[in-house]
Structure formats: structure tokens, C-alpha cells
Design a protein around this ligand. Structure first.
Ligand code: SAM
Length: 256
């Protein structure tokens, strides 16, 4: 199944705020962890054709274009986000399109996707679609949730945020409490920013790597980025957590 309808609606309703968040560079997980690690891995894009999947309100497309890419196409499942992206960056080609059903009559030199893969249940379907729009020597660079963090039991309240993966075993009476679930793929429902209903999938690394390899790809780069040192000044607690515990992971794939 593709992205959950409530998630698509949430993104659509939140388009203006999403753009503001991205453009103010205040999204700490993006600015101080994920984007530096992704942008560091961009190849020389001068004159290249680039497809950006799950482009949101278009900021990454604009960044890629500023690096000299010849043609940049952005796709996203949310009409609201694409409408905003088109208004903001009229020189870039945007389409409302599901990455599980990519309908583009061209192949690209480079495919980029930041924090989108975890929204779909079937990676195989998505990877097959992406494979078909890549030139033979193209790279697909993407980031996604790290399963060590999303396999954990995560609880949030006004006063605390807890993330635990492990168990408590009491030898005396044979009781055991297992906290979190890393090994089973499952849909997780979440609420962001107080009212943004969102669902995504947790899947263990074995499933992720299995789907990548069985879809005709090889892995040419992999990273579990830490928060960058500048995060220390911005948010000391975020830095301390994500200097030790991964939040996202990054893969670069090529056709076998
Ligand atoms: C966390 S946002 C990331 C946006 C942007 N890449 C960034 O990093 O700022 C996830 C994006 O994925 C899009 N998305 C979710 N499911 C999708 C699908 N099946 N096909 C295309 N886009 C999808 C959402 O609409 C949203 O724009």
C-alpha cells in the first residue's frame, strides 16, 4: 500500500508551515544531521539530469539546481506541497506523483530522495519504479529512518520523551518485559507538531537490504550520520543523543 491518506492530507494542509520550517533552517534534525550528510554525498551534478522524489515544497530541488544540474524534476504525492513548490520555484519541473507509480518518459543521471522511503509499505514496488527511471550508471541516493530508533518503544508526553529498545528480565520469577520491536515490520502512527497525523513503516535492516539487493541494486555507500558539531550550540541535548544514537541512515545505490 502506498502512503497513508491522513499523512498525505497532513502534508497538504501544512504546506506553508513546512516551507517556512525548511527555509528558516530551524528543523534541527534536517539542518544539523540529515542534510549535511546527504549534501556531502552529492556527486558532481553539473549538466546532469536529476529526479528528486518526495521533494516537498522544493527546497532540495532548488539546492540541486544551484549546483549546476542541467535538469531537475521534483515529484511528491502531496498536491498541496507541489502547488507551493511550483509557486516558489517556477523554473523547476514539478509533478504530483506517487513514487510507487512513477510515470515519466525519461531516465535520469541521478535520483535523490530525502526521508521519504519509510512512508511506503512496499519497498520492492518503489525500488522497481526508481530502477526504471535511472540511466545505467546513475546513482540513487536516499535517506530514511534508522530502524534502531524506530524499532524502539517511543513515548512522548508534555514532560518527557522516552525511546527504549531492550528488555528487563527478572531471574527470580521468570518474568520478562520486552521493550520495543526491532525485528518485525510494522506501521507506526504518530502525531507531529501537536496536530499532524502521520504514519510510516518501521522495517529491520534485513528487510531493507534484502529489498535493495533483490531489486537489482548494489549498495555503493552507506552512512549512519551523527549530529554535526554545530548542533552542540543549537541544541545540546539533540547533539548528545545523536552523537551516540542514530536517527537516520543513508544509502547510495547503483544498478548491479
Ligand atoms: C519528511 S518529508 C521530506 C521532504 C523533503 N524531501 C525534505 O527532506 O525536506 C516527506 C515527503 O515525502 C512525500 N511522500 C510521502 N509518500 C510519498 C509517495 N508515495 N510518493 C511521493 N512522495 C511521497 C511527502 O508528501 C513529503 O513531502
Amino acid at each position: 500500500m502506498s502512503t497513508d491518506k491522513d499523512t498525505i492530507d497532513s502534508y497538504g494542509n501544512y504546506a506553508e508551515q513546512w516551507a517556512k520550517r525548511m527555509r528558516s533552517h530551524e528543523n534541527i534534525a534536517h539542518e544539523y544531521l540529515e542534510k549535511p550528510a546527504m549534501y556531502k554525498r552529492l556527486p558532481d551534478l553539473k549538466g546532469k539530469s536529476v529526479l528528486t522524489i518526495g521533494c516537498g515544497t522544493g527546497e532540495e530541488c532548488e539546492h540541486i539546481k544551484s549546483l549546476g544540474a542541467g535538469k531537475v524534476v521534483g515529484i511528491d504525492i502531496s498536491e498541496g506541497l507541489i502547488e507551493y513548490a511550483r509557486k516558489s520555484y517556477p523554473d523547476i519541473e514539478f509533478h504530483v506523483m506517487d513514487m510507487e507509480q512513477i510515470e515519466l518518459n525519461e531516465k535520469f543521471d541521478f535520483v535523490y530522495s530525502s526521508l521519504v522511503m519509510h512512508y511506503v509499505e512496499s519497498w520492492k514496488k518503489t525500488l522497481n519504479n526508481i530502477y526504471d527511471v535511472m540511466k545505467d550508471d546513475a546513482i540513487f541516493l536516499f535517506s530514511t529512518h534508522h530502524p534502531a530508533t524506530w524499532g524502539a518503544q517511543r513515548t512522548r508526553s508534555e514532560t518527557e520523551r522516552i525511546s527504549l529498545l531492550g528488555y528487563k528480565k527478572l531471574k527470580k520469577n521468570q518474568e520478562c518485559e520486552v521493550i520495543g520491536d526491532y525485528l518485525n515490520t510494522r506501521k507506526i502512527k504518530d502525531v507531529w507538531f501537536g496536530n499532524f497525523d502521520v504514519s510510516y513503516y518501521h522495517r529491520p535492516l534485513e528487510n531493507i537490504i534484502g529489498d535493495i539487493l533483490s531489486s537489482g541494486f548494489k549498495i555503493v555507500d552507506f552512512a549512519e550520520p551523527k549530529a554535526v558539531p554545530a548542533a552542540k550550540e543549537k541544541d545540546k541535548i539533540f547533539y548528545e543523543i545523536h552523537d551516540k544514537i542514530p536517527l537516520f541512515m543513508i544509502f547510495a545505490l547503483k544498478k548491479k
